[in-house]
Design a binder for this molecule. Sequence first.
Ligand SMILES: Nc1ncnc2c1ncn2[C@@H]1O[C@H](COP(=O)(O)OP(=O)(O)OP(=O)(O)O)[C@@H](O)[C@H]1O
Ligand SMILES: [Mg+2]
Length: 270
Amino acid sequence: MSVPAGEPIIELAGISKTFGDRDGRVVAVDKVGLRIGRGEFVTLVGPSGCGKSTLFNIAAGLADPDPGGEIRFAGTRRAGRDLLGKVSFMPQRDLLLPWRRVIDNAILALEVEGMRRADARRKAGAMLPEFGLAGFERHYPHQLSGGMRQRVALIRTFLFERDLMLLDEPFGALDALTRTMMQRWLLDVWQRHRRSILFITHDIEEAIFLGDRVVVMTARPGRIKLDVPVALPRPRPAHVATSAEFLRIKTKLLDAIEEESMKSFMAAGA
Ligand SMILES: Nc1ncnc2c1ncn2[C@@H]1O[C@H](COP(=O)(O)OP(=O)(O)OP(=O)(O)O)[C@@H](O)[C@H]1O
Ligand SMILES: [Mg+2]
C-alpha cells in the first residue's frame, strides 16, 4: 500500500515550545514541521527528552505551542487548544482509573462526550473480543497484565472515533513477545479502521515495522532530523525484519539516533 496522497489530516509548521521563565528556559521543540496524510501511519523516534511528548501534547490540543507556528487540521487553521476533542490520544502512561472496571475505563471518553453509560458500555463491550479482552469487562486494572491494561487504554482511544490517533509509546512497558503480538494486532486493527496514526516509540524496529514513514527528532531542542519512507509491502509479515530494505532503513536510523544520543549525552555532561 502506498502512502496516501492529498490533503494531510494534520500539518504542523514552525512549531516551537519553550518551558520556564527567563531564569531557566528550556526550548523543548524548535520549529518543527510535520505532515500526516489521511490514513497514514507515521512513527516518531528520538532520544529521551528530545520533545516527542511535548509535540504529542501540542498535536492533541493539550498544550499551546509558542506563538509563530501554524497548525492545520483537516485543511483548517487551528489554534493549539482547538484540537482538543478533535483528535484521539493515548498518553505515555495508560492513566486507567484503578477504581473503575475495564468496561468503565474503556468508556471514559464516550461519557465525557455525553453518551449514556448503558449505550457506551454496549459499544465498548462489542469491542472487547477484538482487543483480546473478552470476559474481562468486570475486572479492575490491577487484575490485568501490562499488555491487557494497554489494550484497555487503546480501546478507550479507539472508541473516541477521530480521524487522527496519537499514541505515545503505547507498548513501552511490554515484554518483547507481548509487544510483537500487540504490533501485529495494531496493524491489523489499523488496516480495518483506517485512521491516521502518529506513534511515538523508542524502538527502531517497531518504528520501521509499523510505519509508512519514520520521523527522527534531534536531541533537545527537538527538530526534525530525518523523515524516512518505509517502502515495505503491507500486510507485513514478521520476516520482513530480515529483508535488505528493512536493514537498510534500520542502519540509517541507528546512525542518526546514535549521533543525536551522543549529543544529548555530551550536553548533559558539559
Ligand atoms: N511541563 C513541562 N514543564 C517544564 N519542562 C518540561 C515540561 N514538559 C516537558 N519539559 C521538558 O521538555 C523537554 C522535552 O520533554 P518531553 O517529555 O517532550 O521529551 P520526550 O522526547 O517525550 O522524552 P521521553 O522519550 O523520555 O519520553 C525535556 O527537557 C523536559 O524536561
Ligand atoms: Mg515522552
